[in-house]
Write a protein that binds this ligand. Structure first.
Ligand SMILES: [Zn+2]
Ligand SMILES: [Zn+2]
Ligand SMILES: [Zn+2]
Length: 254
């Protein structure tokens, strides 16, 4: 199984429009962050996690030729606004892509992007995505996928666990009921946002504390703002790193 971080940035992306701070004007390419998103490749199938506002740029950068499924973590704008960029894959392959999301995320997605899910009589455009509402573990492309309910401020998000890997973006707490789903992780990618606090996200200290409780072997902090320079990764405890766009991991799946 191959995991690629397509985007490691918070909702504004980094650099943020109009900002001239040290991180926004940094020469380090790892300080240039598109909106949070992930690619999972296994046995010739490609799963996209979230259709970020930067989807087009991300799939061009990584040379992605086909998407076989889309998982949504939640329906905040930075995680869904690139949904229309999936059209190119439909034009090439003529295959409607199955998407997986919670009931609440699907409600928002279908209200905001009706034409993606249903053929519009007026336009004649084919739908791009079919809907799969999930809450329980499911099997896809030979992988056992476990949705992990997360607290995201006043709302909720889904993390995803596959094998010994979990992706928990956009969370401010992990409910006790989700803890058993996260035992024995080799790789954890988790929301770390920034050094200072935020009501909807773990900050770096909170993410470290949560990850230490889970005892994951390797932890990557993602969804980072312009408060965080990649070079500050040296301040993190052993086993912790900052994410960057294009970061890749090869993991055995069993
Ligand atoms: Zn977000
Ligand atoms: Zn800045
Ligand atoms: Zn969010």
């Amino acid at each position: 199984m191959k995991i690629t971080i397509l985007g490691s940035g918070t909702s504004t992306g980094v650099p943020m429009v109009g900002c001239g701070c040290a991180v926004c004007s940094s020469d380090d390419p790892r300080d240039r962050r598109t909106r949070a998103s992930l690619l999972i490749r296994h046995n010739g199938s490609t799963i996209l996690v979230d259709t970020s506002s930067d989807l087009r740029q991300q799939v061009l950068r990584e040379g992605v030729k086909k998407i076989d499924a889309v998982f949504f973590t939640h329906a905040h704008a930075d995680h869904v606004n690139g949904i229309d960029d999936l059209r190119g894959f439909y034009f090439l392959h003529k295959e409607i892509i199955p998407c997986f999301a919670s009931h609440s995320a699907l409600d928002i997605l279908q209200a905001g992007f009706g034409y993606i899910f249903r053929e519009q009589e007026s336009s004649g455009y084919t739908p791009l995505l079919t809907v799969n509402e999930i809450s329980d573990p499911f099997e896809l492309f030979g992988l056992q996928v476990i949705p992990v309910p997360l607290v995201h401020g006043r709302t909720t998000a889904l993390g995803y666990r596959i094998g010994a890997f979990a992706y928990l973006t956009d969370c401010s707490a992990i409910p006790d009921s989700s803890l058993p789903l996260l035992e024995g992780l080799d790789l954890l990618i988790i929301d770390g946002l920034r050094w200072t606090g935020h009501p909807f996200h773990y900050n770096i200290h909170g993410a470290i504390e949560a990850a230490e409780k889970l005892n994951a072997s390797r932890v990557i902090l993602t969804h980072l703002t312009h408060e965080v320079a990649y070079s500050e990764g040296c301040k993190l405890p052993p086993g912790f790193e900052f994410a960057f766009d294009g970061m890749e991991f090869d993991l055995p799946y069993s």
